[in-house]
Design a protein around this ligand. Structure first.
Ligand SMILES: Cc1cc2nc3c(=O)[nH]c(=O)nc-3n(C[C@H](O)[C@H](O)[C@H](O)COP(=O)(O)O)c2cc1C
Length: 151
């Protein structure tokens, strides 16, 4: 099965994770770009407000090949108010992705609510991971993703 990574990152953490995993698995990584930049404190508040309500945003993504049922998509996204970032769920609202995994980055809250919210809305994610700043678990989770991704 073909694998690709789609990621969104506001401040660079998810981008770094996507790049490391992309390199480790030797697969393509493609950003989902949100038209909003969410700069400063107002941007932060707006991002949380939109995400908590599943508010759809305008985004762009430069897919070179169409994703089909034979593609496993790894989404890398920050946790925003117990959801994914808006660009990621907006993409999922537009695209019925059958085989998918989620790799969250966050500050340190439990990711369980974000996992459930995403699965209730978009169906099963094959694998779910969370790299938390406070847990200092980036290397450990990266290794696990690469191990499970090679099966
Ligand atoms: C609007 C907003 C909401 C957030 N909500 C949470 C949260 O519920 N729990 C948490 O642990 N971190 C939360 N964070 C922190 C981010 O998930 C974390 O810093 C993430 O690694 C940022 O990824 P990025 O650098 O790729 O943008 C939030 C950040 C933003 C901007």
């Amino acid at each position: 099965m073909k694998k690709i990574i789609l990621y969104y990152s506001r401040t660079g953490n998810s981008k770094r994770v996507a790049e490391k995993i992309g390199e480790g698995m030797d697969i393509e990584i493609i950003p989902i770009v949100d038209e909003n930049k969410y700069k400063g404190i107002f941007g932060f508040v707006r991002a949380g407000f939109c995400a908590a309500r599943w508010k759809k945003v305008k985004y762009s993504v430069d897919l070179k090949e169409k994703i089909n049922d034979e593609t496993h998509v790894y989404f890398v996204s920050p946790v925003w108010a117990n959801h994914s970032a808006s660009a990621v769920y907006s993409f999922l609202m537009d695209n019925d992705i059958k085989t998918k995994s989620i790799i969250f980055t966050n500050k340190g809250s439990s990711p369980e609510k974000a996992y459930s919210a995403m699965e209730e809305k978009f169906g099963k994610f094959q694998n779910k991971y969370c790299i938390s700043n406070n847990e200092n678990n980036e290397d450990e989770i990266n290794k696990l993703i690469l191990k499970e991704g090679s099966n």
